[in-house]
Write a new protein. Structure first.
Length: 187
């Protein structure tokens, strides 16, 4: 499923670390990089503390498992971060590390928004409108739906769900499609 959703991400590639750093700066983002040196601060599970230092816009760079991030990225970093661990290992593999770093930052951002009545939305309104229209156009399965979705997007979109999990009545259908029918019926 992850590959299905990856197609909905806006991915930018750069020819060099310098070009990436320049784009991050032009976009008004702070640059945080993962680093195992003593100069890095821990991203522990204290979201209230993390929320205090979390900038409104941040780009995160996670280095390769062996070499970490480049010296260019380390030198440009506004903050070096690491995930504290217990036991006999120093780091997670890159996909696990990226997921945990992003989840901790999202938790802190949510905490910050929930405790600050003056906080901004996740994205600038123009960017949110662009992404909403793109998403709605991808959802449309007919020209009629396309027209309805365009109007909906231009009107500001549908209200968001408080809970994005599927309702229970739709889960049986999902479970059945994930296993052989005979195994599902035997349950």
């Amino acid at each position: 499923r992850a590959q299905i959703y990856a197609g909905h991400l806006d991915v930018k590639t750069f020819k060099s670390a310098r070009a990436c750093i320049e784009a991050v700066r032009q976009d008004g983002r702070a640059l945080w990089v993962t680093d195992l040196s003593q100069a890095a601060i821990p991203l522990d599970s204290n979201v209230a503390l993390l929320a205090k230092i979390l900038p409104p816009r941040v780009a995160v760079v996670v280095g390769s498992e062996g070499a970490g991030v480049s010296k260019t990225m380390l030198d440009a970093a506004d903050r070096r971060i690491f995930l504290p661990m217990v036991g006999f290992t120093e780091s997670f593999n890159i996909s696990v590390a990226a997921a945990l770093v992003l989840q901790r930052l999202l938790d802190a951002a949510g905490f910050k928004r929930s405790t600050n009545e003056h906080s901004q939305d996740h994205l600038p309104q123009e960017e949110m409108a662009r992404l909403r229209l793109k998403w709605y156009l991808e959802l449309a399965r007919s020209e009629e739906q396309r027209e309805v979705f365009i109007k909906l997007a231009l009107a500001g979109g549908a209200p968001t769900f408080d809970d994005t999990r599927r309702p229970e009545e739709h889960r049986e259908e999902q479970r059945a499609s994930g296993m052989r029918k005979s195994a599902y019926l035997a349950e």
